[in-house]
Design a protein around this ligand. Structure first.
Ligand code: PGA
Length: 241
């Protein structure tokens, strides 16, 4: 199976021309490019082999919600995926598991596959693996309450420990695989999702990507910083082939 490599550009690049240039440079099969909202249309025009993703999605389809963007709008723009519940949104914008669950449901309703992000802070990691498992399972369990049974089709779950994001301190492969596997198993066995893919994210680089992609239960990667450097990102993609 082709591994899924998701590029989370976050609030980058700053101008459309750069976004288009980057998209053109890294456009490959199996890649999901998630530019900032204002660049989605321009990037869509350049992506031929890969697919387009959004970095967020709102849970309502229309109405008095200043600043929000709906799944319908993203679908119309050609987005196939939407990142939901990234730890930066949980931290800076106060997103809760409830909001994350509603966003996943909205994505699924509009034929967009959610990339549901979960992961523990360092304080929890320090308590050991049982605490980490409890923390992440709870994030999933609460979010999933807002996803009706009939929408539980395809979902991507990304295990991203907060202490590994943007720090240059990646999670050990053994541990990352164990968590990705646990998340996917929870969604399939306990919550009856039909089609679940598990990703790892957090300080993925051209150097370490292959070790994750060689792991049986890791179906792909969610890449932040390294996805902004075309050559480095291409190395990551190549590691999955
Ligand atoms: P990073 O970010 O690759 O820069 O650590 C990952 C993410 O935030 O998804």
């Amino acid at each position: 199976m082709l591994k899924l490599i998701v590029a989370n550009w976050k609030l980058n690049p700053t101008v459309e021309k750069e976004a288009v240039r980057l998209a053109r440079a890294v456009d490959t099969k199996g890649v999901v490019l998630c530019p900032p909202f204002p660049f989605l249309a321009a990037v869509k025009g350049r992506v031929k082999k890969g697919v387009l993703g959004a970095q967020d999605v709102f849970w309502e389809g229309s109405g008095a919600y200043t600043g929000e963007v709906s799944g319908e709008m993203l679908h119309e723009l050609g987005a196939k995926y939407a990142i939901v519940g990234h730890s930066e949104r949980r931290m800076h914008l106060g997103e809760t598991d409830e909001m994350v669950g509603k966003k996943c449901a909205a994505a699924l309703r509009t034929r967009i596959t959610p990339i549901l992000c979960v992961g523990e802070p360092l304080a929890v990691r320090r308590k050991g693996t049982a605490a980490v498992l409890r923390y992440v399972r709870r994030q999933l369990a609460v979010a999933v309450r807002y996803i009706p049974k009939n929408l539980r089709r395809s979902i991507v779950v990304a295990y991203e420990p907060i202490w590994a994001i943007g720090t240059g301190i990646p999670c050990h492969v053994f541990e990352a695989e164990r968590m990705v596997k646990a998340c996917a198993a929870f969604l399939v066995i306990k919550e009856k999702f039909r089609n679940v893919h598990g990703l790892y994210g957090g300080s993925v680089s051209g150097q370490n990507a292959k070790s994750y992609l060689d792991a049986e239960y890791i179906d792909g990667l969610l890449v932040g910083g390294a996805s902004l450097r075309a050559e480095e990102f291409k190395k990551i993609v190549a590691a999955g082939r």
